[in-house]
Design a protein around this ligand. Structure first.
Ligand SMILES: Cc1ncc(COP(=O)(O)O)c(C=O)c1O
Length: 401
């Protein structure tokens, strides 16, 4: 195995680490997939927004660009990271709210069908939203994946789906990268299968956006949502994005009818008519302040290139797995070993890890704990060095030292 120093000196992306804000208390940050580190550029952007735009332009700012910002950032994100042509992505509500809007819109578009399919190992919010919509609309939920209560080391495959899809399936709700195992799903194959069965798919891209090259248009994806505070460094609670394929925009109707999703908002008319295009999937006043920082990360992804980011992500997770094999032989890798089936994080299971994580946090080594017994190591390629990974893995072996 190469040393961390050798890997860092050979890393073509090493220089980008200086673009991020660092705190000397943090020895090893292994949770970039929960909350990405801030970019230095965002300090300047936020300050100048406050003084020049908010302070200087006041309410005029809405007409001078703020109202267009959700769709403008959506177009940029589509171009640099998601393989989506303009006019199909909008930034706005939380991921949870956007999941609700898109899943509701999708089930309404399949009125004769009564089933939603979802994986038991999906992130809780995805499952809870699906259960809520099923109760609201009198639909049934079909669960994929692990039965014994233990989380799966992998995720949903096209093969596992073939027997599940029926004429009754309205919608599938799936993750591109599974939040616990890091399993990377075969989006084009699964989407094609669902379409053969007449169903729509809503993809959650929260753990892939910004680290896994994605071609939403080419893959025939119908609908997708994703977080911006993870690998997109948008900051705590920055708004999520939604993708609605252009040829579905006229057919689908989202359920939260607000004034800014209306055709002519400032006419203030009686009765709601949705706006044409992606704006019809918005509802209320966009959280402009929350959208500032993620623009810096989108610009950086464009500068570096998503393929180079993926290459470093693979190298970082390979290194973390090799270190875990070596240093933590009693921990079990609960993630795919093959890079092509893995996103940018790994999970290691071992009884007692719940007690280890608080000790690590106290010493500035910050991975995440995921129930029932997993340490999740999330590796943001642009801000993480191989040395940082090594320090972190050593600390997991000897917490408190
Ligand atoms: C897969 C996935 N979906 C959704 C969310 C969060 O949703 P929200 O932004 O509404 O809190 C997370 C958060 O970690 C997640 O991992």
């Amino acid at each position: 195995m190469k040393t961390s120093t050798e890997l860092d000196s050979a890393d073509p992306l090493a220089r980008y680490r200086d673009r991020f804000l660092r705190d000397s208390d943090v020895v090893s940050y292994l949770d970039g997939n929960s909350l990405g580190r801030p970019l230095l550029a965002s300090i300047e952007r936020m300050q100048s927004f406050l003084t020049e735009q908010w302070g200087g332009r006041l309410v005029r700012g809405w007409d001078e660009g703020w109202l267009d910002l959700p769709a403008r950032i959506g177009d940029d994100l589509g171009r640099v990271a998601l393989g989506a042509a303009p006019g199909q992505i909008v930034v706005g509500d939380s991921t949870t709210v956007l999941l609700y809007k898109l899943i509701r819109a999708a089930v309404e578009a399949r009125p004769d069908r009564t089933e939603i399919i979802i994986d038991r190992d999906s992130f809780p919010t995805d499952r809870y939203v699906v259960e809520g919509i099923a109760a609201e609309r009198g639909l049934t939920v079909t669960w994929l994946g692990s039965k014994g209560g233990q989380p799966s080391d992998s995720g949903v495959t096209a093969r596992s789906l073939t027997k599940k899809l029926t004429d009754n399936t309205a919608v599938l709700v799936l993750s591109h990268v599974a939040y616990r195992s890091g399993y990377l799903a075969e989006v084009p194959a699964i989407t094609a299968l669902a379409h053969e069965a007449g169903a729509l798919v809503v993809w959650d891209l929260s753990h892939s956006v910004g680290v896994v090259p994605t071609s939403l248009d080419e893959w025939g994806v119908d609908l997708a949502v994703g977080c911006t505070y993870k690998y997109l460094s948008g900051g705590p609670g920055s708004p999520a994005f939604a993708y609605v394929r252009s040829n579905l925009q006229g057919e689908l109707r989202q359920p939260i009818q607000g004034w800014l999703g209306a055709k002519v908002p400032f006419d203030m008319t009686q009765g709601y008519t949705p706006a044409d295009g992606i704006r019809g999937f918005t509802s209320g006043t966009p959280p402009i302040i929350g959208m500032l920082a993620l623009q810096d990360m989108i610009a950086l992804i464009e500068e570096v290139g998503i393929d180079a980011i993926r290459a470093k992500s693979v190298a970082l997770t390979e290194f973390a797995i090799a270190l875990a094999d070596d240093l933590l032989p009693d921990a079990r890798l609960a993630s795919p070993r093959e890079a092509e089936h893995r996103g940018s994080h790994i999970t290691l299971d071992r009884d007692g890890f719940d007690k280890v994580v608080p000790k690590l946090w106290a010493q500035g080594v910050i991975p995440d704990f995921r129930a029932p017994n997993g340490i999740r190591v999330g590796l943001a390629p642009l801000s993480t060095s191989f040395t940082e990974v090594e320090l972190g893995m050593f600390a997991i072996r000897h917490p408190g030292h």
